[in-house]
Design a protein around this ligand. Structure first.
Ligand SMILES: [Zn+2]
Length: 192
């Protein structure tokens, strides 16, 4: 699956939203990727997971770790395509934790999968969570890289598509100045 093909699928499924949005980081943006609308179609989730698996396969991970809720479906589909284990971490206050008896073992090779990376905050937290348990985290993968930067992680980062979207603090937001009503989308991407 190519970058433009994935973005076209987001658009086709109504998952590429235009408007005035507040991201989880508090930043404002004129576009929002609601991956949940794309991943609501299991056949598309499977195709995207297979494409992301192709990018991550060289890292030879045993386990994928994703942040809930946004990373769960794509993390799971990617793990299925690779034939490896899938775990997710859940928000607890401002942090994430492994719950439900999930454990990462010392020395285990882990890759982190997220739906959309903007600041990379949630994915980076996954990296630290696994490393704190003694795992070797070899890469981060995402459907879409919105960061607009070359590298947001201290390890390799693979995304099927790149779609840098300008995100600004509220006091610099032209949409706020224009009085455009703001929407806070639900969980499912555009992290941290
Ligand atoms: Zn704004």
């Amino acid at each position: 699956m190519r970058s433009d093909e994935l973005i076209a699928l987001y658009a086709r499924e109504g998952a590429l939203l235009e408007g005035h949005f507040v991201l989880r980081s508090g930043m404002h943006s004129g576009r929002y990727l609601q991956s949940a609308l794309l991943l609501a179609r299991p056949e598309l989730a499977a195709r995207a997971g297979s494409a992301l698996a192709d990018l991550l396969r060289p890292h030879r991970a045993c386990t994928i770790l994703s942040p809930a809720l946004g990373g769960i479906i794509i993390g799971h589909e990617t793990a299925r395509a690779l034939g490896i284990r899938f775990l997710f971490a859940e928000r607890e206050g401002s942090d994430f934790r492994l719950r439900r008896g999930f454990r990462v073992e010392r020395g285990e090779r882990v890759v982190v999968v997220e739906d959309v990376v903007t600041t990379g905050g949630a994915a980076l937290r996954m990296v630290r969570l696994a490393e704190e348990a003694g795992a070797e985290v070899s890469a981060v993968g995402a459907l879409v890289d919105r960061s607009g930067r070359e590298a947001c992680f201290p390890i390799p980062f693979h995304a099927i598509a790149r779609l840098p979207i300008e995100a600004l603090p509220p006091d610099q937001c032209p949409l706020c100045r224009a009085g455009v009503p703001i929407v806070k989308p639900g969980s499912g991407g555009n992290d941290a």
